[in-house]
Write a protein that binds this ligand. Sequence first.
Ligand SMILES: [Zn+2]
Length: 190
Amino acid sequence: MSQEASKEKLELLVNGKLPWEEIKKLLRMTHKQTSRFWQYLDIMQAKVSWKEKILLPLTDHLYIVRKDDGARVVKCDCGHEFGDYRINWKFGCDIYVRKTREEFAEVYTIEPCPIDPDLVEIREYYCPSCAALLAVENVPPGYPPLFDMLPDLDTFYREWLGRPLEDESLDWYQDKTADLLSRWSSEAQA
Ligand SMILES: [Zn+2]
């Protein structure tokens, strides 16, 4: 059997149309080529309507892309941009918070709902442009939004893919969310 995963097969996989037997064959492959990542990016790039280069898919709808001015931003497949990928994109979302058992019951079918509203709230994060549900988190009330993934893109491209990004720099890999919050705070006081 061939050890190559064809781009056609990957395309079916990405679109949820690859039969389970074929998925199992892919999972069993001992040699997983890095070319598969480039094929995956090609497929993703062909699915979106905008032209910015995708550096890494983050979720079903979100991607880190490089803009013409060199910025690396989080972008929704609808085209909405959330800004610098080092700032938690959840701060740019429309957020719906469920705080009561009645609100929990709208999304949990288990009776009675096992989640205690004194301990947990359910937050749903939506794209402000296309209203896609981007993430859900169950956290204690008042807990800061979880930063699900801040990837070290330069290390990933250099060490794992063997193809360093041309704008590689040590400055990239840092959480900038606090900068946004201090900007909001000073704006609120102005
Ligand atoms: Zn969107």
